[in-house]
Ligand binder design. Structure first.
Ligand SMILES: Cc1ncc(COP(=O)(O)O)c(C=O)c1O
Length: 381
């Protein structure tokens, strides 16, 4: 039986062009961008070219002394940690961190840890449509707030967050906003300067790049304090030898994906709508969560009322469908999805909710086959 991969929010297959570009870097051999000899200088040029190319693609201000920064990291988790912990370290007397209730664990768990260290962490309520409650956010942001973290789009429901409203609320008190753009890159128009946020996280492996590569982007004057120590690379904000291959993989992946962004978005949207219509017309107990809000074109969280999500996930696995019960970082746990809980949904819906996340290599026949297998599995559980 052929496998149908519908877990692209967890990770995507590496694109052959990305793999080739990285392989070419590996074949160069001795490449430490800090070395002063010609091989090192060549590697440094490659890393800086990647930084500049990514900066241009994502709308950073690059040209003068007010330039923004892009720090390469080992992925989205590290970039989010660097932002949240790094801003805390530089926060002087300010002690309040405000986060949404639907953040990825790399933000929510870091916030919990900071809370155990005495930080005043406040969590914004979520509306039933999956968007954050901006009125509640407004009541939580005060002069003592060093950072507000709200993601651009949720990894579990795909619901797009009202980031311009968040920025206007925070601007009134000059509080910086950190935006996790990991799931949004390539699927939404993301222009860093136009967003008006202070910092933003990206990751390569959601857009057919390598796992273990990402970046923290910060506006001029918003570089965080370092969390790691021991080197002076990347202005000592993120020390450690930079990998030319990983920087190249990230840059090639983002550049390729953005090059066909509109085509990808319309293909994904058509496939997602086909999947949702196919399932909900056949199964009366199936309901698409977050469908009242704007959503990413590739993400569908479907609740099968009365079904145990873990049992369904396993049965689907046997039937050759790869999907998930929520964030990949939380999979394996039987805890209900914090995002769906934050939305205040009926526990029976949460209990039966599965995430199907589509990718550019999925096809119509695959989706039709998936509908058949999903409906067959759900009707016997
Ligand atoms: C919204 C979001 N933020 C951060 C991450 C973590 O990124 P990485 O896997 O590169 O550490 C993920 C990964 O699933 C994610 O979905």
């Amino acid at each position: 039986m052929s496998l149908i991969y519908l877990d692209n929010n967890a990770t995507t297959v590496i694109h052959p062009e990305v793999a080739n570009a990285m392989q070419a870097c590996h074949q160069q051999g001795l490449v430490n961008p800090e070395s002063q000899h010609q091989l090192g200088r060549q590697a440094r040029r490659q890393v800086e070219d990647c930084r500049e190319q990514l900066g241009m693609l994502l709308g950073l201000h690059l040209s003068d002394i007010h330039a923004d920064h892009l720090f390469f990291t080992s992925g989205g988790t590290e970039a989010n940690n660097l932002a949240i912990q790094g801003y805390r370290l530089g926060a002087d007397a300010k002690n309040r961190l405000v986060i949404s209730g639907i953040e990825h664990p790399s933000i929510s768990t870091t916030a919990q840890w900071l809370q155990s260290q005495g930080v005043d962490v406040q969590v914004v309520n979520t509306l039933t449509n999956g968007q954050i409650d901006c009125e509640h956010l407004e009541s939580l942001v005060n002069q003592d707030t060093f950072l507000v973290a709200v993601m651009l789009a949720n990894n579990e429901t795909g619901v797009i967050q009202p980031i311009s409203d968040v920025v206007s609320i925070c601007d009134r008190l000059s509080v910086p906003v950190h935006a996790d753009a990991v799931q949004a890159i390539g699927k939404l128009d993301v222009h860093f300067r136009e967003l008006g946020v202070g910092s933003m996280t990206i990751s390569a492996h959601k857009v057919h790049g390598p796992r273990g590569s990402g970046a923290l982007i910060t506006r001029h004057g918003h570089a965080p304090h370092p969390v790691f120590h021991g080197g002076f690379q990347q202005s000592a904000v993120r020390p450690g030898t930079e990998s030319v291959a990983l920087a190249t993989g990230l840059t090639t992946a983002v550049s390729n994906y953005l090059g066909s962004k509109d085509d990808h978005a319309s293909k994904l949207l058509a496939l997602r709508d086909r999947l949702e219509a196919g399932i909900t017309t056949q199964l009366v107990n199936a309901q698409v969560l977050g469908s009242d809000a704007p959503r990413l074109p590739n993400t569908s969280n479907i609740a099968f009322r009365g079904v145990d999500r873990q049992a369904m996930l396993m049965a689907l696995d046997v039937a050759g469908i790869c999907c998930s019960t929520g964030s990949a970082c939380a999979s394996g746990s039987s805890e209900p999805s914090p995002t769906l809980v934050a939305m205040g949904l009926d526990p029976e819906l949460i209990e039966g909710a599965l995430r199907f996340s589509l990718g550019i290599f999925n096809s119509e026949p695959e989706i039709d086959e998936a509908i058949e297998r999903i409906c067959a599995v759900a009707s016997v559980l």
